[in-house]
Ligand binder design. Structure first.
Ligand code: ADP
Length: 192
């Protein structure tokens, strides 16, 4: 199964992706994780991305697309994948669509985890204490939420218009949200 997880920073995509990966037995591709690995490795790409990420802005579309093409050309995605963190703007959505069409692997589901903004801020603040991510400081969090509103929210509409979107209530315990996502992935049986 090829599954796209959509949602704001703090909406729980990463948490659910890890569980879904075990459940579906497919790899989890997080563009945030891929970028953080480049930063940690000190690669040229990582050096370029580091400051942009720390500010909470988007890394260039060209870098992201190259990284994603690379990742999707690996053998382990033959049986599907969970994509998290991409697309983050309409240009990326169009590029992903074109890429998946070209490799003959269209997305099966696009699931949005819907969480009210006050709760997002609260959750990210909690995570900042636990994980100490460079971009979990208040200023960068505000920027990430603004980028999400302005650039990523239209992506949700893109999938809605393509008839692929399922919106899941992302408020509640991790187990409850997981159960909701899993039930949304069940094949729809025609009535009668
Ligand atoms: P969050 O969803 O909590 O903001 P991510 O781990 O998904 O965290 O992303 C962290 C940062 O990595 C983003 O703020 C951005 O700078 C960069 N990034 C991740 N995915 C993309 C993308 N698709 N396009 C551009 N930048 C990205």
């Amino acid at each position: 199964m090829r599954l796209l997880l959509l949602g704001a920073p703090g909406s729980g995509k990463g948490t659910q992706a890890v569980r879904l990966k075990d459940h579906l037995q497919v790899p989890h591709i997080s563009t945030g994780d891929l970028l953080r690995a480049e930063v940690a490795a000190g690669s040229p790409l990582g050096l370029e991305a580091k400051e942009v990420m720390a500010r909470g802005e988007l890394v260039s579309d060209a870098i992201l697309l190259g990284m994603l093409e690379d990742r999707l050309s690996r053998e382990d995605v033959a049986g599907g994948f969970i994509l998290d963190g991409y697309p983050r703007n309409l240009a990326q959505a169009a590029a992903l669509d074109a890429l998946l069409t070209r490799i003959g692997q269209p997305m099966d589901h696009a699931v949005q985890l819907a969480v009210p903004v006050e709760m997002l801020v609260e959750r990210i603040a909690g995570r900042a204490q636990d994980e100490g991510r460079a971009d979990d400081n208040p200023e960068s969090v505000r920027k990430r939420l603004q980028v999400y509103e302005e650039q990523t929210a239209p992506v949700i509409e893109f999938y809605r218009e393509h008839g692929q979107l399922t919106v899941i209530d992302g408020v509640g315990g991790m187990d409850d949200v997981f159960a909701r996502v899993v039930s949304a992935l069940q094949p729809v049986h025609p009535v009668g």
